[in-house]
Write a protein that binds this ligand. Structure first.
Ligand code: HEC
Length: 183
């Protein structure tokens, strides 16, 4: 079927409109910090200091938005990381979580840190201080063991964390403990 001249233009215009709205939404709405704050420690004073330094920008509503988060297209990237990060793990909602869920999230967090998955690589370029030293990782591990129990410092069971590439989109369904935490 041949698409006639005006239809082509109409389709192109529609396409541009959809794209434009999408981009505009992302550009306009990125730097939102919900009012939500956690009152109690995540782990402990020493543990929280480390999490705050390395994780809170993407995993809480206390994001410090850097100057370049105003500059497209980087702004889009930053906004997406924060949005996704908060969806997966939001320390600002910690108080509302049952104890076991907290423990399991921290178990996973420790695992991600040890595997070098977190904090995200792109973040470390601009925030070298967020790269955790061995001492910091040890401290965090000890604090999790002290407050939540030794067993949560071991790697999570395979079914809890092992995703093949390309399975990402199924996470929500496959993991009932998965957070959908945004706002
Ligand atoms: C630059 C933003 C950013 C920073 C900083 C960051 N994360 Fe993440 N984190 C993300 C994003 C985005 C995701 C979701 C995508 C993914 O799993 O890679 C995520 C996912 C996670 C998950 C869930 C993984 C899963 O499969 O459910 C854990 C746990 C986690 N991060 C822990 C941490 C910890 C601990 C720190 C600090 C040491 C940290 N993150 C720092 C962006 C960040």
């Amino acid at each position: 079927m041949k698409i006639s001249g005006w239809k082509k233009w109409a389709l192109a215009a529609l396409g541009l409109f959809v794209l434009g709205t999408g981009v505009a939404t992302l550009v306009a709405a990125p730097k939102h910090n919900p009012d939500l704050r956690n009152q109690n420690p995540i782990v402990s004073e020493a543990g929280d200091k480390i999490l705050r330094k390395a994780c809170f920008d993407c995993h809480s509503s206390e994001t410090h938005w850097p100057w370049y988060s105003n500059v497209p297209p980087v702004s889009l990237l930053v906004a997406l990381h924060v949005k996704e990060g908060r969806e997966h793990l939001n320390f600002s909602k910690w108080d509302t979580r049952p104890q076991e869920k907290k423990a399991k999230r921290l178990q996973k967090a420790l695992h991600e840190i040890r595997e070098g998955e977190m904090p995200e690589g792109t973040y470390l370029i601009m925030h070298p201080e967020a790269r955790l030293t061995k001492e910091e990782v040890d401290t965090l591990t000890q604090e999790v063991a002290r407050v939540y129990g030794e067993e949560y410092t071991k790697p999570p069971k395979k079914k809890d964390h092992d995703h093949k590439e390309g399975e990402e989109h199924e996470k929500g369904e496959k993991h009932e403990e998965e957070e959908h935490d945004e706002e």
